[in-house]
Write a protein that binds this ligand. Structure first.
Ligand code: NAD
Length: 355
């Protein structure tokens, strides 16, 4: 994927210096760290990064694949992209979901949704217990009556994942969504939540959103429960414009939106902070097609286009997007997901060739 994006970036002739950083499954297996310190140091010195799709596995499966000499040393696998988001405070996950004309996979022509997902908090805070230590159970029992049904369970019989949302984190992601709406003349921002059930953390998110919305009177503010909006988005997607959500709901809703505009082969995203931004396709390593050069590189190429925008190379970004749109419209080059037999590199070269 990175190879395909590089073909297009080179054709865009933007004067960028590229450096390679090690990240992903291979480095977990070999070194016990999927996000080596040298890559962290590298990221401190760059303006932006393009993150290729990687493999990630649950903790136990990860332990089993660790090099024998590294086992039993207390190493625990954590998703490098989640760590990167937290370490560099990449608090905005921006996912544009645009239906490019003529894409046979479009759910409806003309869709153009933009998702802002909070990227560092919520259920992805990483504060989790399995087994649950007695001290944690004691505090929960003492502080919450709702804990009673779990109070007599052994620590290994249940697990706890904390959904932590801060006022600052909620306010800044909602503000980012409204700023975007204002800048791009978007009409409406919809906040996704479940505050009627998850009263504490989603309640805080919704309250923060309502406060921030007051600063943008020209943009319509709208609220939706996460379950309901899954239905409504599918039924009436044109009722929505910019969407903003806490981390988990944003993750789920953005995959639905991505599917409406072509699926994983088209889903791109930016993890954006104040100083650094990391762009990536939303898909994973698609192991079933590993090494076959079959998958669609458009998601990664559109992620590269977002990176150019962030770097201020807006003309080059617009050119990449125009060419991607033209190649999709022409339908001559199509990867398997678009019903064709073109390879990953055929697609990249077709796009690069039109630059
Ligand atoms: N941010 C990331 O790097 C990221 C995201 C999701 C999954 N993952 C990891 O990737 C691995 C595989 O996960 P998965 O199989 O659930 O999801 P996946 O996104 O890798 O692939 C799921 C399916 O989607 C389709 N697909 C994916 N990318 C495509 C593309 N570019 N073009 C056309 N079709 C495409 C394929 O049918 C594929 O089998 C796992 O280890 C997972 O943890 C990583």
């Amino acid at each position: 994927m990175a190879e395909a994006a590089r073909i297009v970036l080179d054709a865009a002739k933007v004067p960028l210096e590229y450096v390679h950083g090690d990240i992903g499954w291979e480095f977990w297996c070999k070194e016990g760290d999927a996000f080596p310190q040298r890559t962290i140091e590298l990221l401190k010195g760059v303006d932006a990064a393009l993150f290729g799709a990687i493999t990630s596995k649950p903790v136990k499966a990860a332990e089993a694949e660790l090099s024998p000499e590294l086992r039993g040393k207390g190493l625990t696998y954590r998703s490098p992209i989640v760590r990167m988001r937290q370490l560099f405070d990449l608090y905005i996950c921006l996912r544009p979901c645009k239906a490019y004309e003529g894409n046979p996979l479009n759910y409806k022509e003309g869709l153009d949704l933009v998702m802002f997902r909070e990227n560092t908090e919520d259920l992805y805070s990483g504060v989790e217990f399995s087994p649950v230590p007695k001290e944690v159970a004691q505090v929960l029992g003492a502080q919450s009556k709702a804990f009673a049904p779990f109070a007599n369970l052994e620590g290994g019989q249940y697990a706890v994942s904390c959904k932590i949302n801060t006022r600052r984190g909620s306010e800044r992601i909602v503000r980012a969504a409204f700023d975007f709406a204002r800048k791009h003349g978007r009409k409406k921002v919809t906040v996704i939540h479940k505050a009627n059930v998850v009263r504490a953390s989603d309640g805080l998110f919704l309250e923060a959103a309502r406060e921030v919305a007051k600063d943008y009177p020209e943009v319509q503010f709208d609220e939706a429960n996460v379950d309901a909006i899954m239905m409504w988005l599918l039924k009436n997607p044109f009722n929505y414009d910019v969407l903003v959500a806490p981390n988990l709901y944003g993750d789920i809703a953005s995959d639905l939106c991505a599917q409406m505009v072509g699926g994983l082969g088209f889903g791109c995203s930016g993890n954006i902070g104040e100083k650094l931004a990391v762009f990536e396709p939303t898909h994973g390593s698609a192991p079933k097609y590993a090494g076959q050069y079959k998958v669609n590189p458009i998601a990664t190429i559109l992620a590269a286009k977002m990176m150019l925008e962030w770097l201020g190379e807006t003309d080059a970004a617009a050119r990449v997007e125009r060419v991607v749109a033209a190649v999709i419209r022409e339908q001559k080059v199509r990867t398997y997901d678009m019903g064709g037999t073109s390879t990953t590199l055929d697609m990249a070269r077709a796009i690069a060739g039109k630059m």
